[in-house]
Design a protein around this ligand. Structure first.
Ligand SMILES: Nc1ncnc2c1ncn2[C@@H]1O[C@H](COP(=O)(O)OP(=O)(O)OP(=O)(O)O)[C@@H](O)[C@H]1O
Ligand SMILES: [Mg+2]
Length: 332
């Protein structure tokens, strides 16, 4: 198993309706759906935790592969559950550190897993809100002295009670000692000390770059006891993901279309070893095929209805998967 947990404290407050997801990208201001009081998480009874975990497990099981992550999530759950039982029995239950590093290529499920983990921690009472703030270098690094520390502190403030997820975190070390990225790292480290257990920090990025980033910042690795690898999906897993994505949208891929997609994925994976964006890539393929199918059906049937099955069917001709076509912008 690649993921390791050294973790576990048990407090809770179950307010699923108050969960928020804030995505910080392209410097857009964060959208907070409703104000959430900055309260401490409170313990949830053991049976309630069990029920909540079943829900999360169901969500996890729907994900293709990621066995190491499924095991890790179960370990965290077990640890939290036992910590709760130990505390009920008057035994010592030490507060644990849950900051994590997610290493993997684009589209390997990092953000999806971060959302599920946020929910787990909220349901188990580790985090009071369980929201996810997704950020990248531009959201932390400012333009003048002092600006970076302020921007980073503001982000941490928004992440209180939830998870701060920093994508391509290695880019914070890009410019060396004089770069403001260093100031962002120092501010994050200080925030981790000052607000122990009030938020969880996840640093994500390509494996090699993250390895280098952690090596060159010696204070960091010990602060991130959970390090998880997100491997690239195999072609078979990508096909499974495609079929699932189609099904979720009420579509079916014809066997010939699956075969065409399989051959295309094999070639594409070979051709763009480093730039291949895994599940995100197949999602784009499926979404584009759905648009192609719509155009085909309109051309074929005009105003009349093609029938339910035909409306659901994605055929070989709907799959426009000529090499590199996925990367071209545009609707069709
Ligand atoms: N194992 C999986 N099973 C099913 N769907 C998946 C799986 N992994 C990822 N996906 C889907 O693929 C898409 C991309 O996943 P996600 O955004 O989590 O990847 P990521 O690693 O965060 O990518 P990036 O590094 O580009 O941000 C999402 O639509 C997600 O639901
Ligand atoms: Mg992501």
């Amino acid at each position: 198993m690649q993921g390791r947990a050294m973790a576990g404290s048990g407090r809770s407050d179950e307010r699923p309706s108050r969960q928020i997801n804030v995505i910080l990208r392209n410097s857009e201001p964060p959208v907070i759906s409703q104000p959430v009081p900055d309260t401490e998480a409170a313990p949830a009874p053991a049976e309630k935790q069990q029920g909540a975990f079943m829900e999360i497990r169901k969500e996890l099981e729907q994900l293709v592969g990621l066995d190491n992550i499924k095991t890790l999530v179960y370990e965290i759950f077990a640890l939290l559950q036992v910590a709760r039982l130990r505390s009920d029995a008057g035994l010592l239950s030490e507060a644990q550190v849950f900051h994590m590093v997610f290493r993997g290529n684009p589209g390997t499920g990092k953000t999806t897993v971060a959302r599920i983990v946020a929910k787990l921690f909220q349901k188990m009472g580790v985090l009071s809100k369980g929201h996810l703030i997704e950020a990248e270098r531009a959201d932390l690094v400012g333009e003048y002295i002092g600006h970076t520390a302020q921007k980073t502190r503001d982000l941490v403030k928004k992440a209180m009670g939830g998870i701060l997820f920093i994508d391509e975190a290695y880019s914070l070390a890009r410019g060396g000692e004089k770069d403001f990225g260093k100031e962002a790292i120092d501010t994050l480290v200080k925030a981790m000390e000052d607000h122990k257990n009030q938020f969880i920090l996840i640093l994500a990025g390509y494996s090699d770059e993250m390895e280098f980033f952690l090596e060159t910042n010696p204070g960091l690795p010990s602060r991130f006891p959970i390090q998880i690898d997100f491997p690239d999906y195999s072609v078979d897993q990508l096909i499974q993901i495609s079929e699932m994505m189609a099904k979720e949208r009420d579509y079916i891929l014809m066997p010939q279309a699956i075969l065409k997609l399989k051959q295309h994925l094999m070639a594409e994976k070979l051709e763009s070893e480093y730039a291949f964006s895994n599940a995100r890539y197949v999602r784009n393929v499926i979404e584009r095929s759905i648009r192609q199918q719509a155009v085909r059906l309109l051309n074929q049937y005009g105003g009349s209805s093609p029938g339910k099955l035909e409306l659901m069917t994605l055929r070989t001709e709907d799959l426009k998967v000529d090499s590199k076509a996925e990367k071209k912008p545009g609707i069709l």
